[in-house]
Write a protein of this length. Structure first.
Length: 287
């Protein structure tokens, strides 16, 4: 049953998202990235559906899901609709979350805010940035890199709507390895721009990592060709966490065929972390 828009506005009810379930076995929840939809996961699901029940969702404002214009598309707003949709379909209990890019930020927030609901995290191509509020970041070179990315995102949002849509479509055509399966048009422009501002630019991921249960198994996967991910930030943030494994692959931000194979390997991996809290950051970067 689809509720009328006025009821959502009046009662601030979460939205039901496009939902699809494939396979059987332990449940995996897949959350896609900014300006994409759940179809990006299909090559991964084709490999896993024989052993897992794979749940995919189109996030709020993306794909075939509702695209309201009165919400801010914060990470909390995204998560409310994700949890409501899963509850509606009877997906209860602790879950393994697999998030790509923005989806990894939402997954991390879920684990930090509702730890009893999350069994494991698989964070793929996570755009982890240190915001201006971090005094520590301003004292290091990577602090300048973080600021550069955030200024770039703000500049994208500052462009007039029609120019922004045309520019985004041109970027998709010219740099598919950077933008991946991004889809920006008249209907998705506001959800994408708002999600960029409130979910990625204003992220609180670094603080949330500190709040995670130390017993939570986490796998972090990043690509050495990924221009949107700062690997040093990921290593510093997750360094020393027990039950955490960092994996890398020679892949861009896009979930191409090679990247999907790496995601399958990350999901299937149950080994101990390849680093410990006794190993210095320098040794990590040399591996």
């Amino acid at each position: 049953m689809v509720l009328p828009e006025w009821l959502h506005r009046a009662l601030r009810l979460p939205y039901r998202l496009r939902f699809r379930s494939q396979g059987s076995g332990p449940t995996l929840i897949f959350l896609h990235g900014l300006a994409a939809d759940s179809k990006i996961w299909q090559p991964v699901i084709d490999e896993l559906a024989s052993r897992y029940r794979c749940i995919t969702l189109d996030l709020l404002g993306h794909g075939a899901s509702p695209k309201p214009t009165h919400v801010a598309y914060t990470v909390q707003e995204h998560l409310r609709s994700v949890r409501w949709t899963l509850w509606w379909h009877g997906i209860w209990g602790r879950k393994t979350l697999v998030g790509h890019s923005m989806g990894s930020i939402i997954s991390l927030h879920w684990a930090a805010s509702k730890p009893r609901q999350v069994k494991r995290l698989v964070l793929v191509a996570m755009p982890l940035y240190r915001t201006q509020s971090s005094q520590e970041s301003s004292k290091r070179l990577e602090g300048f890199l973080d600021a550069g990315y955030l200024r770039f995102y703000r500049a994208l949002r500052a462009v007039p709507k029609q120019w922004s849509i045309r520019s985004a479509q041109a970027l998709v055509r010219l740099t598919p390895s950077l933008t991946g399966q991004a889809m920006v048009d008249e209907a998705t422009w506001y959800p994408v721009a708002s999600s960029l501002q409130y979910t990625i630019e204003r992220q609180t991921a670094l603080a949330e990592i500190l709040e995670l249960d130390e017993r939570l198994p986490i796998t972090v996967l990043y690509g050495t060709l990924d221009n949107l991910v700062l690997a040093t930030n990921l290593k510093r943030a997750f360094l020393g966490r027990p039950h955490t494994r960092i994996m890398r692959a020679i892949v861009p931000h896009e979930l191409n065929a090679r990247h999907c194979k790496a995601v399958v390997k990350a999901i299937r991996s149950t080994e101990d972390p390849w680093y410990t809290d006794q190993q210095p950051l320098k040794s990590l970067s040399q591996k």
